[in-house]
Design a protein around this ligand. Sequence first.
Ligand code: AMP
Length: 422
Amino acid sequence: MLTKAPRGTYDILPGDSSKWHYIESIMKETAEVYGYREIRVPIFEHTELFQRGVGETTDIVSKEMYTFNDKSGRSLTLRPEGTASCARALIEHSSYAGLLPVKWYYIGPMFRYDRPQTGRYRQFHQFGAEAFGSNNPYLDGEVIMLLLEVLARLGLEEYELHLNSVGCPQCRGQYRQRLIDFIRPYQDNLCPDCQARYINNPLRVLDCKNETCHQAIEGYPTLAANLCENCLNHYDQVKGALAQQGITFIHDDKLVRGLDYYTNTAFEIHIPGIGAQSAVGGGGRYNGLVEQCGGPDLPGIGFALGIERLLLAVEQRGEKLPSPPEMDVFIAVMDSAYEAQGMKILQMLRGAGIKAEKDYNNRKARAQMKFADKIGARLVILLGEEEVEKGFITLRNMRTKEQFQVAESDMLRAVSRTLLID
Ligand code: AMP
């Protein structure tokens, strides 16, 4: 029986959707204040885009993609992240030919086949921002500030910002070789994954989740000590931009993105106390990505925040999130003969922007009042024989229990006034 959603997916029921609206509105407002505009890209793309734009050697591409052939045999993939699609859209629409930098944000579902656990799903949601067309270190600073401002507006002041620089293809190329040479004598002590990848992708050994790999390479040459002068300057300026705003960070030499088109700044945000999956977001500079996806040589930087983990963090802090909006008015029709009249009033109220509801299940008068109470109606309009005959309505304030009568022609004004005062 198909009674459950697929593993790793879940429903956002109406009782929770107001929390999502709230979080998303904060993200949108903050991004707009920072000059980022919304882009909406497809949920699926050609598989090749992610192979090129995320990288064949990443866990995402090698293990976690939802890939399928469509009816014409094209290989398509449900997007596992947003950056590659943004780079593709930038190239496809030649958006780089206009004003630079191009600053975009997105919000939406992403898909990764991973083992579900708290804070980890197969369909999850990200808010992300990307800025293309400038290598200015202050832009790196801005992107991080945007991310932190979203956290601050959500009341999340306790976080750890991990920061590193992965250099440029030149200095990283030399560094890679140094790291391979260092690791080689200890290769037997690495986990099977790292044994297989340390030659092709030695930087991935640094961020391996396996503690034994960290022990095996103790005393390894650090990235920071091997940056070229340009990259060192860039990193210093990013740190300076953050320090100037009073933003504290932890230099984390093991924070790497082991792909050639990632350059310079890499960062990750952790919120302690939300479980094993404490990373709520991460990002960095990717000066080689646009070219890698078939576009011009254009620098870029961005981040993605996981919305589920943010919600978890906000709720764990005991922060009160908005609950579903209550109802303004309920129309209680005392007899089905007055239903048409009830509907007319209902639509008049709604037309004036007042949230209004009526009974559709033939409830008795008392049951309708109970229903009105349960849905949180602030006012009830009673419509009985006398009311319909004489052309007035009875208005009941559900909080004070006061009841009064007004002419039907005065109904809108009376309802609006009572809602405002109460
Ligand atoms: P990444 O694109 O891997 O850098 O992830 C950025 C952020 O997205 C992470 O810090 C998480 O908050 C969130 N995220 C990534 N994968 C998942 C997942 N499977 N389930 C829920 N959130 C995720």
